[in-house]
Design a protein around this ligand. Structure first.
Ligand code: SF4
Ligand code: SF4
Length: 96
């Protein structure tokens, strides 16, 4: 399930450089997550980096984009051909 950014976003920009998939971009007025690029950080980190740095906790899972762990792994491989995912066993799904 991709994450989304809600209207509580204060557009601080802290999340954008932390995303391993370049899924986050500045919008107007709030930042946006591209659901086609968000792997919930599976393949790089144990938990979700945008949630970890966001000062206002406005990056919940997006129920409009349900995905299994296998779906997310497929997305990882599509985004990073030839690269091995690093944290499949220790990765934790985001809390709602
Ligand atoms: S959960 Fe990870 S991959 Fe998804 S937008 Fe946040 S930082 Fe990027
Ligand atoms: S870290 Fe949070 S408040 Fe800052 S731009 Fe990202 S989503 Fe918005």
């Amino acid at each position: 399930m991709a994450l989304k950014i809600t209207e509580e976003c204060i557009a601080c920009g802290a999340c954008e450089p932390e995303c391993p998939n370049e899924a986050i971009a500045a919008g107007d007025p709030i930042y946006l997550i591209d659901p086609d690029k968000c792997t919930e950080c599976l393949g790089y980190y144990d938990d979700q980096q945008c949630q970890a740095v966001c000062p206002v906790a406005c990056c919940p899972p997006d129920p409009d984009h349900p995905e299994s762990k296998d779906d997310l792994l497929k997305k990882f491989h599509a985004l990073h051909p030839g690269e091995e995912p690093k944290n499949v066993d220790t990765w934790k799904a985001p809390e709602a």
